[in-house]
Write a protein that binds this ligand. Structure first.
Ligand SMILES: [Zn+2]
Ligand SMILES: [Zn+2]
Length: 410
């Protein structure tokens, strides 16, 4: 079985997030907000789920171009080819990332990664579900040069996984490394809303590209970075997190008169339709998105999230082998879970009812059936999940009432 390497990385991600949160707590620094971190993780889940659907739809354009238009055959087992491919990928990544910040339709996908107001390892996992639409275009030079899909896939995963560790406030300056590689210091700048941070430090592995093309900014001592986006997401719903900027572009283009102008909005720089220069950002007056989620609901959300992970791993492992209707049902179930948990964290009045329905449906289905999407579930596990679902409902109902997560009677 050709298992997605992300499946192996999931336990490492979870463990390192917990360690980072623990170290930050010991040092007395607030780098995590639980609802925000869970939302980041939900975005990561959604991105992987949509990746399975993307593959099912046969939209691997890189392979199509490689098969039909490659200029030469570069051997897949050569170290030199591998290193060349990694360097070339990182170069293409710089431009994909840069255009992702400079063109509205690409920013609509990439904005997801910037929507957290906190900077931590969970933020690294806040990945877009729609970036695959146009992302492949930037890597076509590699396909044309004859880099095989297997080598391309390997260097893409390396480039992505490399970027995980730099999403932390716990690692300070690293001397000359900060000027050669992408590091926590220079990537913090990339996620900042401060004036000096905007549109800087796009690199994936090498920050040299930014120094070469004039987009490098060094982290400033004595100026606290405020993370996030200038028009805040203000939501814990990962589906909305993926769609909100497309919705804004759509509204703007409907409002605008003339087809040229309407289409122009999609390729203009972010906010370009206002014709206003970017306003000065005052770090002192920034207020974080905080729905005052009760501690009990935060714990509940974490526990439910921990059950999404084995489901996601299963979907990534066997999604391509299941009948399509089954894969779609499983994917939808996971997506719905992230949304209802998001509603709980936001304190929506509909959240309690939706969550009781979700837990009853999924828990009941797991307990009642001898197989779970191709997995022969042992009766003890079925019993345990059934009891867990029942306990979740019994626990949730009074807590949802006291947290006003049900429609009020008045
Ligand atoms: Zn970015
Ligand atoms: Zn980042």
């Amino acid at each position: 079985m050709n298992l997605n390497p992300i499946v192996y990385a999931i336990p490492v991600f979870m463990l390192t997030v917990v360690i980072e949160a623990w170290v930050a707590r010991r040092r007395g620094i607030k780098v995590y907000d639980i609802p925000d971190a869970l939302t980041s993780l939900h975005h990561g889940v959604l991105s992987e789920v949509t990746g399975v659907l993307w593959k099912l739809a046969g939209l691997g354009m890189y392979a199509v171009v490689y098969e039909n238009f490659r200029a030469t055959d570069l051997p897949a087992d050569s170290l030199a080819v591998f290193l060349f491919a990694l360097l070339a990928y990182d170069f293409c990544y710089y431009w994909q990332h840069r255009l992702g910040h400079e063109m509205n339709i690409l920013w609509a996908a990439h904005v997801v990664h910037h929507s957290s107001e906190y900077y931590n390892l969970a933020t690294a996992l806040r990945q877009s579900s729609t970036g695959r639409f146009f992302g492949w275009i930037f890597y076509l030079p590699l396909a044309l040069a004859g880099v095989s899909p297997s080598v391309f896939f390997a260097v893409a995963v390396i480039d992505l996984l490399y970027q995980y560790w730099v999403h932390t406030e716990l690692i300070g300056r690293l001397g000359w490394l900060d000027r050669v590689l992408v590091t926590p210091s220079n990537h913090r700048v990339h996620h900042g809303q401060n004036d000096y941070c905007i549109d800087k430090n796009y690199g994936g592995i090498l920050i040299l590209w930014d120094r070469l093309f004039g987009t490098f900014a060094d982290e400033r001592e004595g100026e606290k970075i405020v993370y996030g986006i200038r028009t805040p997401l203000n939501s814990f719903n990962p589906v909305w997190g993926n769609l909100h900027y497309y919705a804004q572009l759509w509204e703007e283009s409907v409002r605008t008169r003339g087809w040229r102008a309407k289409l122009g909005i999609w390729i203009a720089p972010p906010g370009g339709w206002t014709d206003q220069p970017l306003a000065h950002f005052d770090t002192a007056t920034f207020s974080y998105y905080d729905r005052q989620t009760p501690t009990a609901i935060r714990w509940y959300a974490w526990i439910q999230y921990s059950l999404i992970i084995p489901c996601l791993a299963q979907l990534l492992a066997i999604g391509a082998m299941l009948p399509i209707a089954m894969t779609l049902t499983y994917a939808l179930g996971i997506i719905v879970t992230t949304v209802t948990i998001g509603f709980l964290l936001e304190g929506r009045h509909i959240a309690g009812i939706l969550e009781v329905m979700r837990v009853s449906l999924f828990g009941g289905a797991f307990a009642a059936s001898s197989t779970w999407f191709g997995f022969e579930s042992p009766s003890l596990l079925r019993f345990a999940i059934g009891v867990f679902a029942l306990a979740s409902v019994i626990w949730l109902v009074p807590h949802a009432r006291s947290a006003k997560l049900v429609p009020s009677a008045s």
